[in-house]
Design a protein around this ligand. Sequence first.
Ligand SMILES: [Zn+2]
Ligand SMILES: [Zn+2]
Length: 256
Amino acid sequence: MYQIEVDPHTHSVISLHAYSTVEECARHAAERGLRGIAVTDHCSHTLSQRENSIEAISNQRILPDEMYGVRVWKGVEIDIVDYDGHLAFEQTPDKFRPELTGAQVLLPSRSVVIASVHTPLDRDPGTVEQNTRMYCRALENPWVNILGHSGRSGHPYELGPVLETAKRLHKMIEINNASLGAYGGRSASACLAIATACRDMGVLITVSSDAHSSFQVGGFENAAAMLESIHFPQELIANRTVESFERALAESRAQS
Ligand SMILES: [Zn+2]
Ligand SMILES: [Zn+2]
């Protein structure tokens, strides 16, 4: 069994389709013996609070950095919005500081930035070449730490170039527990291929619950079972301890 102290991908009511407060998520994390969670609500033009994303998420600054003995990182899960790997609000002037984009206002204040694809871009799965380039470009964004649930987003890509980019820039590839459970396991084979390639290439991963309610926080069972089946090394799990996650975050920013 893996020891995993941090859940690096959780959602609060700020995501609108999630059902717990940050405080409830932290309390549940403490009860499950976790030492840290990252609150990574959606920043998106299509999901969640949409045009209010920037101020809704930025105001997490008023929350304490620790609750119930659990470290709380203020993060975001931001949409990748096109095949150039642009992120949500990267091309939209900020409402209050129009000399900057929304992404320029939000991202520097985040401790954890996960970049993910949600609604299929233009309802089009894209070509492998387009998707490979998209994910490489998103990883090259200096503010991005983690590529989120790329096994279930419906955009197949070439593992070699994407994982080489992650390794070169010390970025993390997410293995998302919900991709192997709540989504019916239909992305299981893609997730297994990604994890196996990360193991073989020595690429850091995160193991996350993607909790949309406090009851899911720290739920890693599906992902852990899959990783154990391929003897994935514990030392490549960036969020195994608070300290290893802190170190991985710092390195992923420094290299960009
Ligand atoms: Zn997501
Ligand atoms: Zn999520």
